[in-house]
Design a protein around this ligand. Structure first.
Ligand code: PMP
Length: 286
């Protein structure tokens, strides 16, 4: 049974409770991270914390712990739960206030750390590749809430996930309002043509994934050409292979998009190679 770290103390799962006046619940006012540990080592914790603190800063949210103390919480939570391989969820909300949305009423942010496990899809889905549809719901516009902020407002992505489920697909591709390719509901997207990998640039409407960076690194080391470029669905439809990357998903191939086969409609050799290389990197400690 996982022990949950909440504002400085561990609680049993059933005892880890928040106020109904917490603005994380009332308004989705907060930030979070999804992090993995492999063989007891937390993968690229520094980069996850950089993103967490940047997201919080963008939302004028003060995290009441220094990044070093937050790193200790994450490491300790994995240890206390006796986990070697873990999925860790860090959540920071604005804290509890009143029913108005004035954030000044929230005197102290709430901090939660959960170390557990996650499996987005069974092994056979990784073997056959995902079926995807393009979601009618697009990612947030940069003129509103920047897509680079990993906030507790995930409703656009949850709607896209519903749209995939309702269409009988495993996952959704989300576009920018302009029609360019953005990302999956919780993953970044890559396409492969020959020995070249392409992914939308960091300034596009995407979350800048930690896994995306790691995959670009291992791919370059392996001699692939890697480019960050604006992509349209044409690029995905005509790619040899498409795959997604994310902390929870890791690396997963795409077999079909919008009913069309991608390449030969199976997980291709480059995707398999990247999956293996990413797996090695993760087990080496990142
Ligand atoms: N895009 C979105 C919207 C996400 O939620 C995630 C998961 N954090 C990603 C991409 C992938 O990011 P990472 O590799 O850091 O998990």
């Amino acid at each position: 049974m996982p022990k949950i770290w909440l504002d400085g103390r561990y609680y049993e799962k059933e005892e880890a409770k928040l106020s109904v006046f917490d603005h994380g619940l009332l308004y989705g006012d907060g930030v979070f991270e999804g992090i993995r540990a492999y063989d007891g080592r937390v993968f690229r914790l520094g980069l996850h914390l950089d993103r967490l603190y940047a997201s919080a800063h963008a939302l004028l949210l003060d995290i009441p712990l220094a990044p070093e103390a937050m790193a200790d919480v994450v490491e300790d939570c994995v240890r206390v739960n006796g986990l070697a391989d873990a999925y860790i969820r860090l959540v920071v909300t604005r804290g509890y206030g009143d029913l108005g949305l004035d954030p000044r009423k929230c005197k102290r942010a709430t901090v939660i750390c959960i170390a557990d496990s996650i499996a987005l899809w069974p092994a056979e889905v990784y073997a056959r590749g995902l079926t995807m549809i393009t979601a009618p719901t697009s990612v947030n516009q940069p003129s509103g809430l920047a897509p680079q902020i990993k906030s507790l407002n995930y409703l656009a992505h949850i709607m896209a996930k519903f749209e995939a489920i309702n269409a009988g697909a495993d996952e959704a591709l989300m576009l920018e309002p302009t029609g360019e390719v953005a990302e999956g509901v919780g993953e970044n997207v890559f396409c492969v043509k020959g020995q070249a990998l392409r992914t939308p640039p960091g300034y596009a409407g995407i979350l800048r994934g930690v896994t995306r960076d790691a995959v670009m690194e291992v791919a370059r080391e392996a001699g692939y050409e890697v480019r960050e470029e604006t992509l349209t669905r044409y690029d995905l439809y005509t790619a040899d292979e498409v795959f997604l990357t994310g902390t929870a998903a890791e690396v997963v191939g795409v077999a079909r998009l919008d009913g069309r086969k991608i390449g030969c409609g199976q997980v291709g050799p480059v995707t398999k190679d990247i999956m293996a290389r990413f797996g090695e990197l993760a087990r080496r400690g990142g």
